[in-house]
Design a protein around this ligand. Sequence first.
Ligand SMILES: [Zn+2]
Length: 80
Amino acid sequence: MADRKCAGCGKITDRKNLIKITRDKHSGIFINPDTKIFGRSVYLCYNNACIEAAFKKNRISKALKTSLPEELKGKLINGF
Ligand SMILES: [Zn+2]
């Protein structure tokens, strides 16, 4: 099962349909990291409404248990 849940709308779908945001304990926050990056992850649809909703409800920082870099939202909205 590769299904994951969007932190914005709550829809469950295949991981390949979602943006993955991973917090690496040592080196920070990565968007769609390569396979060498491990850590807590959160998923979002490729959809600005979901990105906005997840930020508005602080779901990304809660899921990753960290504060987020200022530029993260802009990167996601602008297609990183
Ligand atoms: Zn969504």
